[in-house]
Design a protein around this ligand. Structure first.
Ligand code: AMP
Length: 213
């Protein structure tokens, strides 16, 4: 089963793709995570991506298509979830071509729809475990024991550099200008399901399960 999760930053793609990975044994391919790892490791890719990400812009299609081609080849036999790719129409077209080459198909394209105002509130409070990456939020999801990661017990947390209010505004701008046009692209193929991403995390998970299982 191969799934794309679409939606603006803060829509819940990361949380729901973690669920899909754990519940169905799919490989999670999150391009933002891959880029952050490259930045942290100081690789050539990281050097190219760092300033663009910090400014809330999009890394070039050529670079992103190259990364995802490799990642799809090494995905588990059960399939993959794409979180953060495609983000432009050329990326969506390149994905179609590479899936065809690999003899793979997309089973679901799921859009999580959320109002811009809610996104700003969601993004500005989020933080994650510095060790395992488990996600938390100042208002919506604190660790069960304050200062201790529920998943791994680690006690250090990080906040994304691009989750600052001014960068979030740029990321939303990039979403509306460059990513939203892929929604009609998938709608025209009859592949798109739009879910209410304003609902509780658990309700969104249930709606996704009902769709894919
Ligand atoms: P994310 O974690 O998905 O919010 O991605 C963080 C940042 O990584 C984005 O704001 C972009 O700068 C960059 N990025 C991630 N995926 C892509 C992509 N498919 N195309 C272009 N830039 C991307």
């Amino acid at each position: 089963m191969n799934i794309i999760l679409l939606g603006p930053p803060g829509a819940g793609k990361g949380t729901q793709s973690d669920h899909l990975r754990d519940a169905y044994g799919l490989t999670k391919l999150a391009t933002g995570d891959m880029l952050r790892e490259a930045v942290a490791a100081g690789t050539e890719l990281g050097k190219k991506a760092k300033d663009i990400m910090a400014a809330g812009g999009l890394v070039s299609d050529d670079i992103m298509i190259g990364i995802i081609r490799e990642a799809i080849r090494s995905a588990s036999k059960s399939g993959f979830i794409l979180d953060g790719f495609p983000r432009t129409v050329p990326q969506a077209e390149a994905l179609d071509a590479m899936l065809k080459e690999e003899g793979k198909a997309l089973n679901h394209v799921i859009e999580l729809k959320v109002d811009d105002e809610a996104l700003v509130a969601r993004i500005s409070g989020r933080f994650s475990c510095a060790k395992c990456g488990a996600g938390y939020h100042d208002h919506f999801k604190q660790p069960k024991v304050a200062g201790v990661c529920d998943a791994c017990g680690h006690t250090e947390f990080t906040r994304r550099a691009d989750d600052k209010a001014e960068t979030v505004a740029k990321r939303l701008e990039a979403y509306h200008a460059q990513t939203a046009p892929i929604i009609p692209y998938y709608k025209a193929k009859g592949a798109l399901t739009t879910l209410d991403g304003m609902a509780d995390i658990g309700q969104v998970t249930q709606a996704i399960d009902a769709l894919v299982s």
